[in-house]
Design a protein around this ligand. Sequence first.
Ligand SMILES: [Zn+2]
Length: 297
Amino acid sequence: MNTPCEIIQDLLPLYAEQMASDASAQMVEVHLAHCAACNNVLKASKAQIQAPQCNLKPLRKIRLDIGKKRLLSVLLAASVLAIILLSTFSFLTAPQTFTYTQDLLEVVEFANGEALVVFDPRVTGYKATQYTHPDGRVHIDISAWTTILGRFIDTGAQSYRIAQSADVVYYCSANLRTEDKVIWSRTQPDSGSVMTLASLSFSYYALIAAGALLLFGIVLIALRKQPRKAGVVWKFFAVPLSYIGAHLCIKGTVTISHFPKRDFFWIAITMVFWYIAALTAYTLFRSFRESRRCLPK
Ligand SMILES: [Zn+2]
């Protein structure tokens, strides 16, 4: 008995779903025993039955196997852990500048014209910036601080040797209401006091980041029905998002800085992990949402 392939192939969908009558099924099986073409058609229709009926083609690319999901979850958890550790370490080592008081430091002068600033043992670190003032004299600005971590570690008394080229040394309290204090001068004490201004760069960065976040946020909302394009925009959206997240972790809501280099270093390194976390979280979110839509119940 040689049934034409067309008839068999008409029956194959019913046969694949085990809905064909016994007589039809038997006829199909007899034919399949010797026809490779119909066997292929059967295989294809079985695959179609097993595949979820999902028309979200762009999302199909995102569907991840379990191994990849596990890897992304580990990456996300590791990034979040890194953010927490970095923020904590930055917090514990954040300089808390001393306002000038009589007992904060002592200037010891030597016969050869050199001088030494000896800090109180409470001081765990100091910064000295040397520059030539427009009046031609060499100025040194000093700030001293402690950190939360420093209170538990005995670093001994810190000292700073005033270079022979220096003319005047100021102590800067890094406090907007306190004027810089002349603590040593090679010649006559300086006439007036100056104020050291905190760096405002972080205010501008935060403003730019907030603007970019708003802009990309609007684009993301507009593209919510186009997952593939939204995925691309998310990579840009995640940059200001990571910056703002990192800033909040390191500086809280404070946007001015007396230690811009230090703060920028910690914000930048934390931002990297924020970015990794933002991308993995987004990929996982889309993958889980798609699985819920497409996987058979
Ligand atoms: Zn056939």
